[in-house]
Design a protein around this ligand. Structure first.
Ligand SMILES: [Zn+2]
Ligand SMILES: [Zn+2]
Length: 142
C-alpha cells in the first residue's frame, strides 16, 4: 500500500512509514491503494475507485465533540477532561464553582466565554492540526 501522508510505497499494514515517520493511514494526501494524490475530505479515490482509509491512531479524540463540549459545557472544564487534561479541567471547574458564589456567577460567565473560545478554536483547526496539537502534543490551553 501507499503512505497516505507522503505517497511512498510501504509494506501492507505497516505501522509507521519509513519515509515520513507518520502512521501511513494518518495522512490524507495520497490514495493508499494507487498512490494518487487525494484531497483532504475526499472519501473515494478518483483514480482507482477504492474507498480511502484513514485512521487517526488509537485513542484519537473527536474535534467536534471537544469543540461542542467547550462551547456548551466549557465552564465545567468538561472539554479539558475529555481531552485528558485533568489538571486544567479541575482548575476551570474550581474557578467556576468556588468563584461563582462571591462573584454571583461572574466567574462562571468568564469560564463559559473561555470554554466557548477554546471550543471555537478546536472547531477551526483541521483534523490533522487538532490531532497533532491537542491529542499528541497535549496543548492544554487554547
Ligand atoms: Zn510517508
Ligand atoms: Zn487510488
Amino acid at each position: 500500500m501507499f503512505c497516505r501522508n507522503c505517497g511512498k510505497d510501504v509494506p501492507e499494514n505497516a505501522e509507521v512509514c519509513v519515509n515520513c515517520g507518520m502512521k501511513p493511514l494518518m495522512g490524507k494526501k495520497f490514495c493508499q491503494n494507487c498512490g494518487a494524490e487525494t484531497k483532504e475530505n475526499q472519501e473515494v479515490c478518483t483514480k482507482c475507485g477504492v474507498k480511502l482509509k484513514s485512521s487517526m491512531g488509537k485513542g484519537a479524540k473527536s474535534k467536534l465533540v471537544a469543540g461542542l463540549l467547550g462551547i456548551f459545557l466549557g465552564w465545567l472544564g468538561i472539554h479539558k477532561f475529555y481531552l485528558g487534561y485533568t489538571v486544567p479541567g479541575i482548575i476551570v471547574l474550581l474557578i467556576s464553582i468556588i468563584g461563582g458564589l462571591p462573584t454571583i456567577g461572574g466567574s462562571i460567565l468568564v469560564m463559559w466565554i473561555f470554554g466557548l473560545i477554546e471550543g471555537i478554536i478546536y472547531l477551526t483547526k483541521s483534523d490533522e492540526d487538532f490531532d497533532e496539537l491537542y491529542v499528541q502534543n497535549k496543548k492544554q490551553w487554547f
